[in-house]
Design a protein around this ligand. Structure first.
Ligand SMILES: Nc1ncnc2c1ncn2[C@@H]1O[C@H](COP(=O)(O)OP(=O)(O)OP(=O)(O)O)[C@@H](O)[C@H]1O
Length: 659
């Protein structure tokens, strides 16, 4: 990797830039302060637009689901904007893909290759930069290994200077939405099993690669950190751009019509007021004959630009997984509109309830999507999912406007809804059918004109492990505060030593969640016990007692367990083994439940030393019929073998030179 010298001089704690880099930074610097940047944003929006209405993304931005404006300050996020150029003009920002606590992530065009990439622009504070430098080291190690790895690829990295400081920017291949979006898409009822198997197999392959080939522990495996691939990125970007273009031109048309109808009303009122003798018919004819092409009359219906730097996240759609992407595309192209895009055992993700019945596991459609220990209420996530589908009224939200402008409501709504749906899972099938009637020809010809190749679909879901921002080396752990609560392993909860096998625990929690839509463990605190107490109790109820190894080798065991190995703060436990949970709560066929629990249970071995390794589990019979991956095995690992022969499996390996 490049030698980022920014924070090497720890005695001064001041950024020390290499001279060459500083020179590059000076050239790259586009904005002096946030205010200037905001002003520039408009400039660039206009530059990249057919018209100047492209701030809609921003104005419709739901800021509750985006990064906090408060974090746009020195040391915080960089106020990126569409059209902004990076690395001496090599990368131009196109749209926002997502954000995290360390960074915002943007789709950008790489002018050198002509392809699109994802720019992860890290907050500028020292702690984030240092973490980013570590992340780049880890990613560089991954890149040095050959082959398809199921781990996100780093393409480039550099420093960008902005009003809030110097930001490390990582350039990645472009991926689609994360698995949480997919779980929500299925309304927390579980994914069809063929998809679960594809994801599980690829996730295990990715972890095996990270662990055995790279010496890296991810430490934060969870649905949000596994992203779906989107296949032909350039084709998808083109389709999305075409839809955006269509949406903008429809808006423009709408504005013109509104302007005309207001003009008509004003004229009529004026005429009526000042000169009752004027012939109303001729006045109306004048208005009717006014050409609607050309620049819109900007005096009316122009929403003021908002002075915000928060932009709506618009992840790109994954063809197999988001709102009927292929179906929509087929509609757009008049290409077999009646044919189902996924003519495979996987079924169609868009019709979640339908597809779940096509899987060999019969998941109950019970609407209580809580963790199985907490039947009482909906978790925060589950409540969020109730917003996935729009109220049907939203399709007709601009009815009134349409009537006054005289435009067909479908014509106005279709592109907008369709474009939105591509990134936010918002369209139901019936809406798509409605839409296709009105917009096929125009989009279709646009697509043809632009020469978009749309024949490149298969029906395998491809995933990649992302966000190595918290990852570490098997022989250099950066912190013991690892893993997101629900996916946290028992050894980490107890403050014992941990290693690669902590990732396997999280992977099992994730796979259970894919199958059922529920967290495997969702601890909460009570009046007499803590979240940790509850978490440990849930683990015992599902998997049995904690091994003495853990009780004897962990910092906090005595806070939770008494000398007899019993929980101090929770007396009554209700044992409910995994297989029974699957059969009784989730109505999984008993045979399938046995296979699933045979597969998951070795990953959920409480003793981290005895946990099964990722490579061996790829060979599990439950994954044998994984669609498109039937022959994929890891020949040098044994099924159900533990990973204790892998250096760093359950504890940090010391005595090595630091990375
Ligand atoms: N290569 C990519 N292609 C498309 N979208 C991406 C890509 N990388 C990240 N994203 C989007 O950006 C979001 C934030 O990325 P990431 O999780 O790497 O950032 P972070 O700041 O490290 O977040 P966290 O708070 O989870 O540590 C992701 O959830 C995803 O939606």
């Amino acid at each position: 990797m490049k030698d980022y010298n920014i924070y090497k001089n720890s005695s001064t704690q001041q950024p020390v830039m290499q001279s060459q880099l500083s020179l590059a930074l000076a050239k790259q610097s586009h904005s002096v302060n946030t205010e200037v940047s905001i002003g520039k944003k408009d400039e660039y929006n206009d530059f990249n637009d057919d018209d100047d209405d492209d701030d809609d993304d921003d104005s419709s931005c739901d800021e509750k689901n985006e990064e906090s404006l408060k974090d746009y300050k020195p040391g915080g996020y960089h106020p990126a904007f569409k059209g902004e150029l990076y690395k001496d003009g090599r990368y131009m920002v196109v749209r926002k893909l997502g954000w995290g606590h360390f960074s915002t992530v943007w789709l950008a065009k790489d002018e050198l290759s002509g392809k699109h990439v994802a720019l992860k622009i890290v907050k500028s504070d020292k702690i984030y930069s240092v973490a980013a430098i570590d992340e780049i080291k880890l990613l560089t190690k991954i890149n040095e290994q050959k082959g398809y790895t199921h781990v996100l690829n780093l393409l480039d990295d550099f420093v960008h200077e902005g009003p809030n400081g110097q930001h490390i920017v990582m350039v990645f291949e472009v991926l689609g939405e994360n698995l949480l979006a997919l779980i929500k898409k299925y309304e927390h009822r579980g994914l069809p099993i063929p998809y679960v198997k594809q994801i599980a197999k690829q996730l295990l392959l990715g972890l095996d690669f990270l662990h055995r080939k790279c010496g890296i522990i991810h430490t934060d495996i969870k649905p949000e950190n596994v992203l779906m691939e989107i296949g032909d990125v350039e084709m998808i970007v083109k389709v999305v751009e075409l839809l955006d273009k269509k949406k903008r031109s429809m808006k423009k048309l709408q504005q013109q019509q509104l302007s005309l109808s207001r003009h008509a009303t004003d004229s009529l009122e004026n005429l009526d007021y000042h000169n009752n003798s004027i012939n109303m018919d001729s006045s109306m004819n004048d208005i009717k004959n006014t050409p609607i092409s050309g620049r819109p009359q900007r005096i009316v219906s122009r929403r003021p630009r908002r002075n915000t730097i928060i932009t709506n996240s618009q992840p790109l759609p994954s063809p197999l997984s988001s709102s009927n992407f292929i179906e929509m595309k087929n509609h757009l192209l008049n290409n077999n509109p009646g044919m189902h895009p996924l003519n495979s055992p996987v079924g169609n993700i868009s019709s979640a309830s339908e597809s779940s019945t096509t899987s060999s596991v019969n998941i109950s459609t019970n609407s209580a999507h809580s963790n199985f220990y907490h039947n009482g209420g909906l978790s925060k996530r589950q409540m969020d999912s109730s917003n996935i589908y729009p109220k049907s009224s939203s399709v007709r939200a601009i009815d009134a406007t349409d009537r006054s402008s005289g435009l067909n409501e479908n014509t106005l709504n279709a592109p907008e809804l369709l474009a939105n749906s591509l990134s936010s899972f918002e369209l139901s099938e019936s809406k798509i059918d409605d839409l296709s009637n009105t917009m096929n020809p125009s989009i279709s010809s646009l697509v043809e004109e632009e020469g978009v190749d749309t024949q490149n679909d298969d029906n395998i879901l491809h995933i990649k492990i992302a966000d190595l921002g918290n990852s570490c080396w098997y022989d250099q752990h950066y912190t013991n505060s690892i893993q997101t609560r629900e996916y946290r392993s028992p050894e980490v909860i107890l403050g014992s030593s941990w290693g690669y096998s902590a990732d396997i625990w999280s992977a099992a929690c994730l796979i259970f969640e894919l199958i059922t839509g529920d967290f495997l463990f969702e601890p909460s605190e009570g009046s007499t016990y803590s979240k940790e107490d509850d978490h440990i109790a849930q683990i015992i109820e599902l998997l049995g007692t904690f091994p003495t190894y853990l009780l004897n080798h962990s910092k906090y065991a005595t806070s939770f367990f008494n000398s007899k190995g019993q929980l101090r703060n929770i007396a009554k436990l209700k044992f409910w083994p995994l297989k029974s949970v699957l059969v009784e709560k989730y109505k999984v066929d008993p045979q399938e439940a046995k296979q699933i629990s045979d597969f998951l249970q070795p990953m959920l071995e409480i003793d981290p030393r005895k946990r099964a390794d990722a490579g061996g589990l790829v060979n599990h019979p439950w994954l044998k019929d994984t669609l498109g991956m039937e022959d994929v095995t890891v020949d040098d690992r044994i099924l159900y073998g533990d990973g204790s022969d892998i250096l760093g499996w359950y504890q940090e390996v010391t005595g090595h030179p630091k990375h």
